[in-house]
Design a protein around this ligand. Sequence first.
Ligand code: ATP
Ligand code: MG
Ligand code: MG
Ligand code: MG
Length: 567
Amino acid sequence: MRQQTMLAPTLREVGAEAEMASHRLMLRAGMIRQLAAGVYSYLPLGYRTLRKVEQIVREEIDRIGAQEVLMPAMNPAELWKESGRWDTYGPELVTMQDRHQREFLLGPTHEEVITHLLRHEVRSYKKLPMSLYQIQTKFRDERRPRSGLLRGREFVMKDAYSFHGDLESLDVTYRDMYNAYVRIFSRLGLDFRAVEADSGAIGGKESHEFMVLSDSGEDTLAVCEKCDYAANVETAQARMPKEGFTPPVDADRVPAPSKVSTPGVSAAAAVATHLNVPLERVIKSLLFLVDDKPVLVLVRGDDDANEVKVKNALDAIEVTLADEATVRRITGAPTGFAGPVGLQEEVRVVADDAVRGLADAVIGTNEADAHLIHVNPERDFDVDVYADLRTVKEGDACPRCNGTIRFKRGIEVGHVFKLGTKYSDAMDGTFLDGEGKEQPFIMGCYGIGVSRVMAAIVEQHHDESGIRWPLAAAPFQVHLIVVNAKKEEQASLAEELYSQLQQAGVEVLYDNRSERAGVKFKDSDLIGIPLRLTVGGKADQGLVEYKFRRSGESGDLSANELDVKLP
Ligand code: ATP
Ligand code: MG
Ligand code: MG
Ligand code: MG
């Protein structure tokens, strides 16, 4: 594309209200323009990058078998009343009325619409699992939309939703999505961490946020210096029982099977509090007291992290273990003592001699509609037990290993979440299983802030002169500059290169403007295309200068041997 006629209005300065580097630089590079607070136009350069990011997202999400759709931004309020979110979503919800005074909203996310679609269109288990996604404009009336594309009131999101007949299938898709996210953010050249984001203590719905590390990020992450433990600080805090918190004494003495849910407290929380260790340390274990003798039920997964947690729990509890027995593999029922820790895993019961017989009792409780009471937050008692939280501090011990917790700032670019049957229950989203019985869809949802990703890339890839796009997200691959278009040998060599590059399929922006060389170079650094080719004084010798934006590496090339390796 020729820069002369392109809408790419670069600026030397922008107003002080643009505080974030990405906001400032994308305005200055002529990539975006604000229309209203948090509402932006994408100019040609900006839109090319947005589409590159979209395309990478699309390729990786397609690759795991999700199907692309496009749902309406305009949603009838009735659907959101069905799910209950019309009243609970809060002031971020953008609402409107049509000419007949019917209420609508502009979708901030699409669980309702997709659940509505599938409850009518997918009736049989034979269609499951099914994953659908869209890349679409979302609306949220954010309180402080001041960070450019990082927090828009209108922004582009990739939102995916998966539908399953059983929890195992949800686990598989969740893992696929997680891995797709890792590939997407890696391809885009981002330095990121996937952090635990489920705040529901033990048994909380599994959720991870993908955080781009950046000092300008709004989120704080608790990251271990030694192992790969990383959690949103809010999550880490939610897992710390409040200081001095003592569970009701009777709460732990509950080995009996019961169909009753009674208010109580998680045995694991009791252990954590008793020993003054973070709840994380015992998260994969449940401790029961029978006649004041401890029985520790541990989950042994395939995953090393579990082993470490288990070991930490043992170390922490300092129980002398007289015996250890591997008991039957527990499968099936989604209730039962192991609820929060994965029912399909092998379970070890490490028991004090006196209470080894408990193993059978534990197995006995693992039946549909029966479970141990007092063990499962949310199900057995209100999670508000954790409301008064102990704060996590830098320098705290890692809940997983003997490393130290450090805080880092991050930008949330993606979020994967196991929804379970929240929406299908509320909205009657059912299918017929193999026996012809109606079952609620089990769901997952998975978002990526496509336009926020674009800004996050700039936050991580810029210097004082401008943006340094990674090739995968760059609006063009090559910036061709003719220093003085009035000089015949320069103009003709540049024109020749321009058409050669285009024929070779290279995306090239050709600065053929009649600006001074200094202006062109400044703009070029600002826009940040990975490779610059300059046709200048040495054109008569057939020489072109190349310069990589990222490394600054430069030199001369013979124009007829042009075989540049893009970075
Ligand atoms: P935040 O905590 O930053 O408000 P969120 O948790 O509300 O984000 P989700 O509902 O998880 O966001 O939406 C999925 C993704 O959409 C987020 O991970 C983020 O990348 C993106 N996103 C959310 N809100 C915005 C926004 N106002 N502008 C741009 N991207 C956004
Ligand atoms: Mg939000
Ligand atoms: Mg968030
Ligand atoms: Mg989120």
